[in-house]
Design a protein around this ligand. Structure first.
Ligand code: MTE
Length: 299
């Protein structure tokens, strides 16, 4: 079957989504935009169309802003992005407090912003842009002995109604094994459709792990810790039977309360056919990370 994404999309591979292009044309007067200015939906898939900006930004999970799918769009405007910094600590050569610009200062503009990746996850196809997590891990220097990477989301009780109500054990936390974190598919996304990341989608910077279920892709990151232990992960801690640490997309392992063998794309319409869920969401090149592991036991 046709690949659902490309790992090496560049501005040359992208075609503008009509709405996005129209908006940019209005903003930029239609002229004087470089190739990146018109960068929009990736045409990586022959078989899948990216969701619209409207769909991507109005149907979200971000429990800090409420548990309803429309709560993040309603409430996330309160997220305060002022002086956003990321604490990098643990088993690293250069621990410290960094801005996103600090962390990416060694990258070219292309590497820093324009790693478009059209990722189908959580029943949506989203053209993320950003950079590879591996690039910043290399920049801070991972020490021998580190086996995992842990991530934490900001906690702003004054701005986050879900935090005030304590709907989860905040801060939201997630983790990856180091080899998963270093895989070129693992992305720190800073935008969608070439626009800065909307707050409801995890501004200013969030993780995107395309071969895993959506809850691994932690939003609005303020801490990255290199560690020698499997990190605490929010949903895994709440209900380990339903949410394994690995959380690789796997049609053969059902969620205890529903089958994961098929999925229906959001925006496909009520009568859209369900499609088969693919192992690793179709990203076969990550299979070798799990050689010799029982992926039913390590779900
Ligand atoms: N990150 C934080 N901090 N809080 C959350 O509630 N929800 C996760 C993940 N990251 C979540 C989070 C879940 S369950 C999903 S499906 C995705 O974000 C949704 O990302 P999207 O709203 O951009 O599609």
């Amino acid at each position: 079957m046709a690949h659902r994404w490309k790992n090496d999309l560049s501005a040359a591979d992208v075609t503008p989504q009509q709405m996005f292009l129209n908006r940019r044309q209005i903003m930029a007067g239609a002229l004087g935009l470089g190739a990146f200015g018109a960068a929009g939906a990736a045409k990586a898939q022959d078989d899948l169309q990216p969701n619209t900006w409207e769909e991507i930004t109005s149907y979200n999970n971000y429990y800090e802003f409420g548990t309803g799918k429309d709560d993040p769009a309603k409430n996330a405007h309160a997220l305060d992005l002022t002086d956003w910094v990321i604490e990098v600590d643990g088993l690293v050569d250069n621990p410290g407090t960094y801005t996103v610009a600090d962390l990416t200062s060694g990258l070219t503009e292309e590497e820093r912003i324009y790693r478009f990746r059209c990722v189908e996850a959580w029943a949506m196809v989203i053209p993320w842009n950003g950079f590879e997590l591996a690039d910043i891990l290399s920049a801070v220097g991972v020490q021998a002995g580190a086996t995992h990477v842990a991530f934490e989301t900001a906690v702003q009780p004054d701005n986050m109604p879900g935090v005030r109500r304590g709907v989860l054990d905040f801060p939201y936390r997630e983790g990856l094994r180091l080899d998963e974190a270093m895989h070129p598919l693992t992305m720190m996304a800073t935008g969608i459709y070439g626009e800065p990341m909307p707050k409801q989608n995890g501004a200013p910077i969030r993780l995107v792990v395309p071969w895993k279920y959506g809850f691994k892709s932690i939003k609005s990151i303020v801490r990255i810790t290199l560690t020698d232990k499997q990190p605490y992960a929010t949903w895994n801690a709440i209900n380990a039977r339903e949410y394994g640490f690995y959380s690789n997309v796997n049609p053969e392992v059902d969620h205890p309360r529903w089958s994961q063998a098929t999925e229906r794309l959001i925006g496909g319409g009520l009568f859209a056919a369900r499609q088969d869920t693919l192992m690793f969401n179709g990203y076969d090149e990550v299979a070798s990370l799990y050689d010799g592991m029982d992926l039913r036991a390590n779900y």
